[in-house]
Structures are given as C-alpha cells and as structure tokens.
Design a protein around this ligand. Structure first.
Ligand code: TRP
Ligand code: ZN
Length: 474
C-alpha cells in the first residue's frame, strides 16, 4: 500500500517533470496552434513610423543608456561602450538596435557573449537564450570608428560631425544612431548617463546635470546625466573650444557655452537670458520640466539651425550674427515642455512640437516689447500657403512653414475658440498630464474638449489640414 502509493507519487513527479520539459521546449520552438505568447520571435526591425523607415525597433522598451566614450580629434575616432537596459515586451529570440556606420567589436546580453551581425543601419543581436516577455535585460556593446553624418537635401546635415576643433552630434529626426547603438525613435524614451573623454584642454558638453570632470594621462572625462526620460534625437555631444559658464537657476544647474571662435557679444547676451525666458514660459506652461538648464552656441557652417536638445538647446551662431535674437531661445526653451517632455509618438504629429514652440515665440515677442500676438497672427495668416498641411506634412516637409507657422496659427485658433482661460489651462494640463511621455494630435484635441466643453476638432482640422484658407482671425 505504502510502496504502491510511493510508486504512484514517483510516477506523477516524472510526469510533471516531463510535462515541464515539453512545455519549455515547445514554448521555445513554438508549434502550430500554440499560444503566440509562448513563442520566441525576433523583435521588429522598425517601429512602424512611415516617416523614418528602418528607425526604431520592436519587442523591447529601453529604460536607460550608459555611454562611456572617448573622442580622439586627431583621428576623428569615437570609441567606447554603450550599456542598454531594456525590458522585453514579447518573448524575444533576437532584437535589433539602430547603428549607422562604426564597428562593433563585442556584445554581451546579461553578461553572456551574444551573437551579432550588421545589416545596413541595424545591429542584430541574438542572445544565447531567448528573453521572456517582462524580463529586464542588459546589453553591453563595445564599438568604435569614425562616425559619419547623414546629409539630406531636405533635412540638412544630421548626426555626428567632425569640426575643426572637435565634434558635434546633433540632428532631427535621425542623429543618435550615427554615434551610439540605440532604439532610435522618440516613442522609446530613456534616461542617459554620458561620459566622454577628450584630450585635456577641450570641452565635452552634453545634456542634463554635470557630474564633474576627471583627468588622467592627458585625457579629461566629462560626465553628464539625464534623469527625465529623453527621446534619442535630443541627445547631443559638443566637443571643442568653448567659453563655458557653470551657473545655477532656480536651484538647478545652468550650463551655457559659446564657441570660442565667436567674439564676446550677441550670442553670450542671448544665452544670458535663458533663465528669464524659461521663467516667462513657466508662467504660461507650468513648472519647467527638467533638472537642468542651459544652451550651447556652435559656429559651424553646416548647421544653420537650432535644436531643442534636452535641457541644453544647441544654437547655430547664425541666429546671433548681429543682435542677441531671443525669439530662437524662446522657441527652443518652449520645446523643453512641448517636444522634449511631451514628445510625439509618430513624426506626423510634429506640428504639436513646432506649432506650440512657434506660438511661444509670439507670446515672448509680445511680452518683450515687440508686436502683439494678434499682429503676428494677422501677418502670418496673410503669408500662409494653405495648400500645405501642418498635420501629416510628409517626411520631406517636417520642418517647413506649414508645420511651424501654420501649426502656430492652429494653436491660436484653439485659443480664440475656447477663450484665454481654458486655453492656458489646456497648455498646462497638456504639459502636466503627458509629462515625460508621448502624445498624439487626437489626445490634444480630446483634452481641449475636456477642458473647454467644446469640440474643437472641426476648427482645428480646418487650420491644420484644410486645403483652403479658414476665415481670417478677428
Ligand atoms: N527642430 C528644430 C527647431 O525647431 C529644427 C531642426 C530640424 C534641426 N532638423 C534639425 C536642428 C537638424 C538641427 C539639426 O528648432
Ligand atoms: Zn522647433
């Protein structure tokens, strides 16, 4: 009786073990009819944003990047390691990161060497075992080489470029994947720790809070950290000869820098107003969303733009050629709320960034003794080509008047439709509820309706996407 019972227990144990082994094997290999959740499949090679085919990836969600890099200006060579911490959002047999150019020399996943191969802008990593959905994993990539920017007739020069005194990594919508392996799409925001070693005497600036410098063997290592989730295109490094000011504003670090090649003058004067302009915007948009402030003025012919790189916009010197233009500072600082803290989910919604940042320029101009918003609106309305839409402008028209000025006119139409109180309440609620996240046009319109009690969809559609002029604003 006893013996018989013992035998049965043993048999049951074996059966269970066998079942477990079978489940594990089948779960790994998958078989027809098996639930898809149990299967291990490659993550998508692309996030599915038609504006940027190939960029972004599927199957995981990055939490943090830690970059430990060295840049040797004599050779134009960048080298180091990237540590990516991510969580699998499906059972992953393998996954991709975006990386354009450069040479990968070793990859580990959770400390174990992983197989990897390159296919154009993709780095394809196959870990020794599958990564189950929900598993947080750590990828370490050793890499190096001479980075190359991407030059596009419509989008300009984007990515990592060598300068006479150092290098600049800057660009939109693509930039990050020219200098580190990354899920290169704004829909996957992450924190960053960036360390860059450069020859003593050079400056190496980046985003976020300065974590000090270290010197050893003729090299200086500059450390920076970004604790609020950041979209990859907002990551920057600027290396070279700069006049750096380490300050603080509202108890947070403020780091401003101007290329030493520029005379002391308008660029320094414009940057010096960063705190004042951020405080002005804060009164309209709610609390400044980040842990640091700043700005960098670069002097390179190839970049005739400014970019809202998180916490520390980069400005081309062309904006400050003869006067300390503050409108561009207001524009890039407004992006800290709209674009950086609240980011697009897909690039077709770029007007949410550029329309709001351009509208902030108008608010600032009115405040700073220039034209009134009404005067600016009338002038821009008269200049607008209504055949071009602000919403879903097409990948070649991301940075056109239709997106910036027409987008800002649509913002103003929301204001006149729902009234000043509801409008500024909307901007604050948008910044607050979507802080550190991603958002869409439909969500913006839904919030406008919730706050004002009015359906603004029709009005906004006419201003954003209609092919003929809406009635002139009063
Ligand atoms: N988004 C930037 C702005 O509105 C402009 C921009 C577009 C840009 N593409 C860029 C800047 C590439 C630098 C590099 O201010
Ligand atoms: Zn902008």
């Amino acid at each position: 009786m006893r013996g018989g019972s013992t035998t049965r227990v043993r048999a049951a144990r074996w059966a269970k073990l066998l079942a477990a082994v079978l489940v594990a094997l089948l779960g790994f290999a998958g078989y027809p009819g098996e639930q898809s959740a149990a299967r291990y499949r490659p993550g998508a090679a692309d996030v599915g944003d038609p504006y940027v085919p190939g960029l972004g990836n599927g199957g995981y969600d990055v939490a943090s990047y830690t970059l430990r890099l060295r840049y040797d200006p004599a050779e134009g060579r960048l080298s180091g390691t990237a540590v990516v911490v991510a969580t699998a959002t499906q059972n992953l047999s393998r996954f991709n990161l975006d990386l354009i150019g450069l040479r990968v020399t070793a990859v580990t996943v959770d400390g174990r060497p992983a197989r990897y191969r390159r296919d154009q802008g993709e780095l394809i990593i196959t870990p020794t075992r599958g990564l189950p959905v929900g598993h947080q994993f750590t990828v370490e990539i050793a890499y190096g080489g001479v980075p190359r920017p991407i030059t596009d007739p419509r989008l300009g020069t984007n990515g990592f470029l060598t300068t006479t005194d150092g290098a600049i990594a800057l660009g939109q919508p693509v930039s990050a994947s020219t200098w580190f392996p990354v899920n290169d799409h704004p829909s996957d925001k992450a924190t960053y720790d960036i360390e860059i070693s450069v020859p003593d005497g050079l400056v190496a600036l980046s985003n976020g809070v300065p974590r000090g410098t270290r010197r050893a063997d003729g090299w200086t290592t500059w450390r920076w950290s970004v604790r609020s989730p950041m979209a990859s295109y907002l990551a920057t490094v600027v290396i070279g000869d700069y006049r750096v000011r380490m300050d603080s504003h509202n108890g947070k670090p403020m780091v401003t820098a101007v290329a030493s090649s520029l005379p002391h003058g308008p660029a320094d004067a414009a940057l010096a107003r960063t705190g004042e302009i951020a405080d002005f915007l804060e009164r309209h948009f709610g609390p400044y969303p980040f842990e640091a402030y700043g700005g960098i003025v670069i002097d390179d012919e190839r970049i005739r733009y400014a970019l809202e790189t998180q916490t520390r916009p980069v400005y081309s010197a062309v904006f400050f050629a003869d006067e300390p233009a503050t409108w561009v500072v207001a524009h890039e600082l407004a992006h800290q709320w709209f674009g950086d803290s609240v980011s697009v989910h897909r690039w077709r919604d770029i007007w949410l960034n550029e329309g709001l940042a351009t509208y902030a320029e108008w608010l600032w101009e009115e405040h700073d003794g220039g034209r009134s918003v009404r005067e600016i609106v009338a002038a821009e309305y008269a200049r607008t080509d209504w055949s071009q839409p602000a919403w879903d402008p097409g990948p070649d028209r991301l940075f056109t008047r239709a997106v910036y000025q027409r987008g800002a006119l649509a913002v103003h139409a929301v204001r006149t439709t729902i009234g000043d109180d509801a409008f500024f309440q909307l901007l604050r609620a948008w910044a607050e509820t979507k802080r550190d996240g991603n958002a869409t046009t439909a969500e913006f319109l839904a919030l406008a309706q919730r706050i004002s009690g009015r359906d603004v969809t029709g009005v906004v559609e006419a201003w954003l996407a209609g092919r003929t002029a809406p009635p002139a604003p009063a």
